[in-house]
Ligand binder design. Sequence first.
Ligand code: MOS
Length: 756
Amino acid sequence: MIKSPLGSRISRIDAADKVTGKTKFLTDMSVPGMVYAYPIYSSIPFGHITDINSAAAESLTGFIGFYTHKDIPGKNQVGVILPDQPLLVEKTVRFIGDVIGVVVADTHENARKAASLIDISYETLDPVFTIEDSKNSSGPLLHETNIACSHRVIKGDISKGFETSHHIIEASFTTPVQEHYYLEPQGCIVIPGEDQIYIIGSLQCPYYIQKAVAAITGYPIENIIVEQAPTGGAFGGKEDVPSEICARTALAALMVKRPVKMVYDRKDDMQITSKRHPFQMHYKIGVSNSGEILAAEVRLEENAGAYATLSSVVSYRASIQGLGPYRIPNVKMESTSYYTNLPPNGAFRGFGSPQAAFGHERMMDIVANKLGMDPIEFRLKNIIRSGDSTITGQELVTSVSAEETIVQARDAAGWMDIRSKSTLDSRYITGVGIAVTHYGNCLGAAGWHMDGSGASVRIREDGQIDVAFGLVEMGQGALTAVAQMTAEALGVDVSRINVLPTRSDRLPDSGPSVASRNVVMTGRAIQDAVSKLTPPILKAASNMMDFPTGLLELKNDQIIDGQTGNSISFNDVLQYMFTHNIPTQSEGWWHVPPLKFDPQTGLGEAYFTYSYATHLAKVRVDTVTGLVFVDKIWAAHDVGKAINPAGIEGQVEGGIAQGIGWALTENFRYDQGKVITPGLTTYLLPTAGDIPEIETIIIENPAPDGPWGAKGIGEPSIIPTAAAIANAVSHALGAQINNLPITPENVLNLIKRKAS
Ligand code: MOS
């Protein structure tokens, strides 16, 4: 029996059911009387609808109904931040995948078939696909402007900073689209009731869905109940997108007055739903001879796709983190998202941070190279330490571990040794590279107003404890962390804890399950809930034992008197509480502390605390085929406090796998707005065989505001990976990798260019 749950490497509490196939995912579920819906989407990237003919679909056996924007009882609007996105297109389609209507039929197959028979005529407009085309378009704009949003950080005196610099170095970088490729596609079931709508789905953000469905249907928010089904991966792809899917399915369910299920086929999922924003970045850095960074001017440009969705979050975070955890006195940072006629790009693990990290960490290597300095020495010269300020002028005092992650990764890898051994043999060249990140935990200043979350704890008469939390398990290990934190707070064994599926009516709006915020937010909310339960428990024990409460503590499934060592079992105290009508249930809440931030200048407290990470990659480049093999990655992460070290290793290994894919193999491509890599034969996810040995180094530098000091790990795990690999490949080739993915073609071109 585990007596001290926090910090133990306990197995995931959902593992057995998942590996034995017992877990029912949304795609496995059905309810009596259920019918199926499927979306009809635009087949052209930009244009006006001139006619819709549904005759052929309607004559299909099994056809039940076809619904468009005209059937929406509420407001035809689903944009999560900006109101720029109709749920169903009224006139103008803006990307291949823009949903025009919903077909309902007796089976999934028939719904899909009927959808394909809906004939839509268009008047085409000239589409734009790239950031340059979007900026320079003389044709019709996508919206009132082609700029979706922009953010800036302006600090010090940039011209003076460059004037005093001995060297000014510039470089440009690009990063590609990345598809989430959650193994379970998007889907939900909607059950319409008398005056309630019940929704179960594969999703991250039940409260977003409540709001979206309420707006579309005109139902009060409280009458929309959203439950999260066990979810087979999300990675940001199920942040705002399920709001659209649930709202369309809810519309269909209200129309046919029956439960309706909608699950996207993979190729449609890949065509319609959001992806990681491609970035183009320009960095200009001024340094002194001794390697001190004096000025930085950065332009980040993001391809938002057809609607703004979460671009603003991505653009904001990229602007804050776009120069990494370094001391830079003079900064001009501009981050702008442009509309194009592509599927909207949105949330994906890191929210723009992996892209920004590719920019600033490639730049650090390029500048170090120019100065003839070792890349680690150069970074350590400029790294933020306790008491230093970020580019936004935020002074960081507690839990500042950027340096320690670098030093630990460096020492574990034996950097000097492996760096100098990058010798050329006849065919393979080796290289090593490093990349560092600081990740602002939770929603930050831009999302502060909604950065609160709840948890409720109910001790049952049988001694088991039900915990509800407002965020979700989406594969990351949340259930286990929640169980461990609750057990720790109550001083009981983790086997007592039963974590309930997330459902919107269990707790107040706890915000989105994003931004690596679950452990921090839910952990603090659990502590708050338990802090309300502890006094009555101790009071009951005190009554039973006839001791003052001040000396009692909850520990090892007992209430122990610290002075005498006398104890009474948790279960006995519970019996007393139940026979004396003492409540054993409470609700807790935590909100991120106030942040002072000026959005005009981008100066101030951007996030309340930061996680730090360094990845160090050792690679081997095959000069004949151009293939890059990652031999090993050392990953040093400051997590404040490891709730479950095995869970952290799982996150780190998963994040690195996804980072390797983005860096090397996942070459997502469009032809005129149509996805030409719509499945695993063309979109190459890394497999187990592509994942190297990963050495995870956990650093515990507690954050005062985190629960037991804990900080987020979900996203930091992917952020530096691609940059570290690109730095390693650049080191191997003695050339600069400034664009991802590092395909064999790109590698061979670089080798050829070097030779000529
Ligand atoms: Mo995520 S990118 O925190 O939905």
